[in-house]
Design a protein around this ligand. Structure first.
Ligand code: ADP
Length: 513
């Protein structure tokens, strides 16, 4: 069932209430009319009986006398026999009236008690008094009754007429009441509610200048005033929000401008670093080359001052250290400037590992460290950039030798591995060094991070090696990680056999295209 509107509901309720109230009010005259007509009939019957008592010769409709003994068996006349019983049981009652209906006809029936010699007198045609009886009469024995019967069609018709008038009057009152309710509730209150609803709808549609103009001087006006102040508050907050939004937009523009500036200066810095490092490398290489030459000559010269050889070796060591640092800075600058390029080829991992060990062995020998390669037979070749992979492993082995105690062993392991469900390799460099505390195991892969600042002094280094390894491994589609405890560390790199450069999604989509 469709939901009823407030107007319909109030009309329905008011209509029902009015109908109940008017029916209640109509019930009183409805029954009153009947009672008073009956009382009127009784009185006229009494009057007739009095006239007849004074002159029994007058003929009155359906008049008859019934003797006491005969009244009980009065031809099955129920009204007569029950009236007789009533008179016999209670002497205070001396007559009885009833309006009876048989078929379409209405009949007035009246019975009057006769006591003492009254029955005798009636039989002999003598006059009797049928006024309201006194107490002495009531004590006399019941000797008979007189019964009167008259047509009461006119009375019944009058009663019906009056009842129809009452019905018409009630109906008119009901209709009038409905009109009055409609006028007062619908025109007065519901119209005000509708106006308030219209204002609310306009506000909802965004017109915050809309206000309720209700002047009913009652709760509805108060509701309108509260609504107005609510809209005013809403308006204020919206304006505040708007200005905050504007300033946020402005800040966003400033921020993005600053960001573009930062990005640009970072790119310039990286470019500058790459250029400067490159420019530094050339003279440094020649310094190292000439120092190597001088060292060679000094070693060949049997008269050479040992101090001279030591100084030259110092120059060489410092020069090589400096070159390594510059190389790292150059690599990082290249990566950041996006100028690091890959050269992918089918590479033999065994050759690569043996090459690294050959390069690193002299350095390991200085600390009496043994370098071992552990690998299964038949290692597959890998599609990768061998130079970048070598650089990663070189950094791992170099650190392992740097941090391992003298006389220990550094193992380079190669295992067939599954990388994200695809066939791959895992290469790990395991040492017996001091290990890396758990809370530093991720930080050491960040730029310029070292476990302890004192490392720089004791072991040298820039803290860039592992950061470069991380960037390079990402470029190779490989994963990089560490397992470490106080007994040593294992740095590993896992890579798929088949390298495919991942294309990064563009930062901005060109919608126009
Ligand atoms: P660098 O060696 O130039 O300082 P790295 O990025 O290669 O920079 O290493 C960062 C730091 O991680 C090192 O300074 C050192 O503290 C720690 N580290 C790296 N490898 C090892 C290792 N095998 N054993 C112990 N500590 C290590």
């Amino acid at each position: 069932m469709a939901r009823l509107s407030l107007t319909q509901r109030s009309q329905l309720v008011m209509g029902a209430v009015a109908a109940v109230a008017i029916s209640g009010a109509m019930a009183i005259p409805w029954f009153q009319i009947r009672d008073s007509s009956v009382a009127q009939q009784l009185q006229s019957m009494r009057d007739f009986s009095k006239v007849w008592g004074k002159n029994p010769d007058i003929s009155i409709d359906q008049f008859r006398f019934v003797k006491g003994s005969d009244a009980k068996a009065a031809g099955g006349d129920q009204f007569l026999s029950s009236a007789f019983d009533e008179f016999a049981a209670s002497p205070d009652i001396f007559d009885r009236y009833e309006l009876q209906q048989s078929g379409d006809a209405f009949v007035s029936r009246y019975v009057r008690a006769l006591r003492g010699n009254q029955a005798e007198l009636v039989t002999t045609g003598q006059a009797i008094s049928l006024e309201v009886p006194d107490a002495a009469w009531r004590k006399l024995p019941l000797t008979g009754v007189i019964s009167m019967q008259r047509s009461a069609d006119a009375t019944a018709r009058l009663i019906w007429q009056d009842q129809i008038y009452i019905l018409i009057g009630g109906g008119l009152a009901w209709i009038g009441m409905i009109f009055a309710v409609r006028l007062f509730v619908v025109r007065g209150y519901l119209r005000a509610v509708r106006r308030l609803r219209d204002v609310a709808n306009r506000v909802r549609a965004g017109d915050l200048s809309s206000r309720s103009q209700l002047r009913t001087g009652d709760e509805l006006e108060e509701l309108g005033t509260s609504f107005n102040s609510m809209v005013a508050t809403l308006n204020g907050s919206q304006k505040q929000l708007q200005s905050m939004n504007e300033s946020l937009d402005f800040k966003l523009v400033q921020l993005s401008e600053a960001n573009v500036g930062l990005f640009e200066s970072n790119r310039l810095k990286s470019e500058f670093l790459a250029n400067v490092s490159h420019e530094l490398r050339t003279p440094l290489n020649s310094v190292i080359g000439f120092a190597e030459l001088l060292a060679e000559l000094a070693r060949k010269d049997s008269d050479a001052d040992p101090k001279r050889i030591r100084y030259i070796e110092h120059i060489l060591k410092s020069g090589r250290g400096l070159l390594e640092m510059i190389n790292e800075l150059l690599d990082m600058a290249k990566i950041e400037a996006g100028r690091m390029e890959l050269s992918v080829s089918n590479s033999s991992i065994i050759d690569l590992l043996e090459g690294i060990c050959a390069i690193m062995r002299p350095q390991a020998d200085l600390k009496k460290i043994t370098l071992e390669i552990h690998r299964p037979d038949g290692l597959p070749t890998v599609e990768t950039d061998p130079g970048k992979l070598q650089q990663i492993l070189y950094n791992f082995v170099s650190n392992a030798i740097k941090f391992s105690p003298e006389g220990s062993c550094v193992i380079v392991r190669a295992d067939v591995w599954s990388v994200d469900g695809a066939p791959g390799l895992r290469l790990a460099v395991v040492d017996r060094g001091p290990g890396i505390p758990l809370d530093m195991q991720q930080t050491i892969f960040e730029k310029f991070r070292q476990v302890d600042a004192s490392h720089t002094k004791s072991h040298g280094g820039t803290g860039l090696g592992l950061a470069i390894c991380r960037e390079l491994s990402a470029m190779l589609g490989a994963k990089l990680g560490i397992e470490s405890n106080s007994k040593g560390s294992s740095f590993w790199v896992e890579m798929p056999l088949d390298f495919r450069a991942k294309k990064l999604p563009p930062l901005m989509v060109d919608r126009a295209g």
